[in-house]
Each structure stands twice: as structure tokens, then as C-alpha cells.
Design a protein around this ligand. Structure first.
Ligand code: SAH
Length: 251
């Protein structure tokens, strides 16, 4: 295999997988996804590796670079932020490689919505609070199907991780409230989770927009909403003494 789509993780260069890190050290060509990839990861590259920033490239140019490198029998790492399956525009690249008969492998990464949970020290799936995590975004240049509008998703009152939307926080709050989240629902904005300059803003649907706007946060941030950010929950059955399972008998 000569082409690897690799998840770089959320920012902290130690949050890439061992496999991804190894591939970076042996790659001949690295095409990385702009400013969200920590430059420290690129320093793992061998000295004569060719390194390209895809922020200034079109899809065709990215593909052309991969195809050329493969033709020269080079090992190519296409480095995506977080995990490539989440808003990574990876499918359109894989489809072209499929059509050309070029093989590839995908190496997953730690998505920023998981780094945000770690930063918030929260559990998204609290018993009797929510057992569902919704990963979504507000509509931007990329349209969102009508049935997935934020207000419709909000009716579940599940834990929600909202990408790519902090610059429209007013609209996010409006849709969440319209969809059924009470105004006192806790919400947090995690900017640059796992980076040295990570920042956390907490509030409720009633207060968060003012707090975040005052701080001037308008990009690279995760919005997390739901009662899981509150104190209350039921203890998990997994570790409860009355609950036996394959590896432990009930007492
Ligand atoms: N594939 C990436 C997401 C790419 S879309 C992943 O799995 O994380 C880019 C969006 O991801 C940003 O607008 C922001 O909402 C979020 N994001 C990426 N890195 C982040 C980080 N370190 N902290 C908070 N949000 C982040």
C-alpha cells in the first residue's frame, strides 16, 4: 500500500495513533490539511520528504499530487485533522483513487469532539441523562438535509457535538431552543481542544452567546450541549455490584 489517509488527531501531537506517527516518519510525500494540523507532527517527517499544505490546493490538485507520487513509487500520507471520517472530505478523494485503481488505507484519529469531552472532563453518555451523541453542524456553504436541521435534532435532547458553527452561535442557540432544549440547558464551547492555548467557555443556552462573543471566539471550536454537562446522573450498571456480566458475577 502506498497511500494512507491518516487522522492527525485534534492538535496535541501525542494524540495521533502509533500507526499514524510511524507512517509520518517514513512518508516520502505528506499532504496535510492546513492550519488545524499541528506543525509539530510535520517535524516527524524524514529530511527529504515533500510536504504540501492542501489549504491552498483544489481537490484536483490534491489528487494530481497523490497520483504523481504514487507513479514515482513514493509513500504518501494524506494527513487530515481529527478523524478523517468527520467533515474530512475524504470520500471524494477515495472515490477518485478507486476509479484509478490506486489502493489506499485509512488510519483513524482522535476526533476533536472526543478531545472536547476530555477537556470538559465529561461523559457524553450518562445513564438516565442521555445514551446518544449527535455529531452535527449548522448549515454553511455545505447544505444540511432538511430532516437534519438543528432544531429537529434538538427535539431528542441528546448530547450534541456541533462542529464548524461557533461563528454562528446565535443561530445555534436559536435552533436548539426552538427545537426543545430549555434555556437553562448547559452548553460549553471548547476552543482548540488539546492545543496549548485550549480555552473552555461554559454557560447555558441563555448565556453562552454573550460569553463567547465577548471572548472573540470565532473558529476552531466545538460546541457541546446537553444535560451531561450538569451534575446529575444514575450510576452505571456496568460497575454496580448487583449487575453481573461475562467477567464478574453479581453479588
Ligand atoms: N475531522 C475533524 C473535523 C474537521 S472540521 C475532526 O474529526 O475533528 C473542522 C471543525 O472541527 C472546526 O470548525 C471545529 O468545529 C472542529 N475542531 C477541529 N479541531 C478542533 C479542536 N482542537 N478543538 C475544538 N474544535 C475543533
Amino acid at each position: 500500500m502506498n497511500v494512507y489517509f491518516v487522522g492527525a488527531g485534534p492538535g496535541d501531537p501525542e494524540l495521533i495513533t502509533v500507526k499514524g506517527q510511524h507512517l509520518l516518519t517514513i512518508a516520502d510525500t505528506i499532504i496535510y490539511a492546513g492550519s488545524l494540523v499541528n506543525p509539530a507532527l510535520l517535524r516527524l517527517a524524514k529530511q527529504n520528504a515533500e510536504i504540501m499544505n492542501s489549504a491552498s490546493m483544489t481537490l484536483d490538485e490534491v489528487i494530481a499530487a497523490i497520483v504523481r507520487a504514487v507513479g514515482e513509487e513514493k509513500l504518501v500520507v494524506r494527513l487530515h485533522t481529527g478523524d478523517p471520517s468527520i467533515y474530512g472530505a475524504i470520500k471524494e478523494q477515495m472515490d477518485v483513487l478507486d476509479a484509478r485503481g490506486i489502493g489506499y488505507e485509512v488510519v483513524p484519529g482522535v476526533s476533536s469532539f472526543l478531545a472536547a469531552a476530555a477537556a470538559l472532563r465529561c461523559e457524553y453518555t450518562l445513564p438516565e441523562v442521555s445514551q446518544t451523541v449527535i455529531v452535527t453542524r449548522l448549515e454553511g456553504r455545505t447544505p444540511v438535509p432538511e430532516r437534519e436541521k438543528l432544531a429537529a435534532l434538538a427535539s431528542h435532547r441528546a448530547t450534541m457535538c456541533i462542529f464548524l458553527s461557533v461563528h454562528m452561535l446565535d443561530s445555534v442557540v436559536g435552533e436548539l431552543t426552538a427545537g426543545g432544549y430549555p434555556e437553562d440547558t448547559p452548553i460549553a464551547v471548547v476552543q482548540k481542544a488539546s492545543w496549548p492555548d485550549e480555552k473552555i467557555y461554559r454557560g447555558t443556552l441563555a448565556t453562552i452567546a454573550r460569553t463567547v462573543q465577548a471572548a472573540g471566539v470565532d473558529r476552531t471550536a466545538m460546541i457541546v450541549v446537553g444535560r451531561c454537562l450538569d451534575g446529575g446522573y444514575a450510576l452505571s450498571r456496568l460497575y454496580s455490584p448487583e449487575f453481573g456480566h461475562m467477567f464478574r458475577e453479581a453479588k
